[in-house]
Design a protein around this ligand. Structure first.
Ligand SMILES: [Fe+2]
Length: 181
């Protein structure tokens, strides 16, 4: 017989899935740190590791507030994304190429999390779970920031760091090109 038809149930499933996901991400980040050749990228993984500890403990707080024991629920999708990260580490030498692969893989995980947290925030709001909403929102913001940082790193590895002056010149060039079309 099918069950879990209420939003309360879906919210709880989501919480369990995120709890398992964050725990797996906590285990994956040190491997990604060790595989990164860029100190900046290793630093970004390291600070996200600290944040992820907070993400786990925020989820534990929500479970507590609901009078539940924290428990995980496996997501095959997330496990697959993390396995892709392991594969690329196993296949490639330490290099800026691997760095781009690692950062891109990490961004895929971030996006998975961002969608999950966005949905959880909306459900928490609808269910009137204000404390849970605040905690989930805090984590969502950190996931968004981590994704942006990684995106900038990929860009700076592939395109190189540009100064503001160079960016202005690039904009002028782009505008001129558009006018010429
Ligand atoms: Fe997270």
């Amino acid at each position: 017989m099918k069950k879990d038809t209420k939003f309360e149930d879906l919210f709880e499933r989501g919480l369990e899935t995120l709890y398992e996901a964050e725990t797996q991400i906590l285990a994956a980040l040190p491997k990604m740190m060790a595989a990164a050749s860029s100190e900046e990228l290793a630093g970004a993984f390291s600070s996200h590791l600290e944040e992820t500890r907070q993400h786990v403990s925020r989820l534990e707080t929500i479970f507590e507030q609901m009078g539940e024991e924290p428990r995980g629920r496996e997501s095959e999708g997330l496990r697959g994304l993390l396995a892709d990260g392991d594969t690329i580490i196993a296949d490639m030498e330490k290099s800026s190429t691997l760095d781009v692969g690692l950062a891109t893989g990490a961004r895929k995980v971030e996006h998975w999390e961002m969608v999950a947290y966005e949905s959880m925030c909306a459900m928490a709001e609808m269910l009137g779970q204000h404390d849970a909403f605040d905690l989930l929102q805090e984590t969502l913001e950190e996931e968004n920031e981590a994704d942006e940082t990684l995106a900038q790193m990929v860009e700076s590895i592939l395109i190189g760091d540009t100064t503001e002056e160079e960016e202005e010149i690039e904009e002028v060039v782009e505008e001129t090109e558009v006018e010429e079309l």
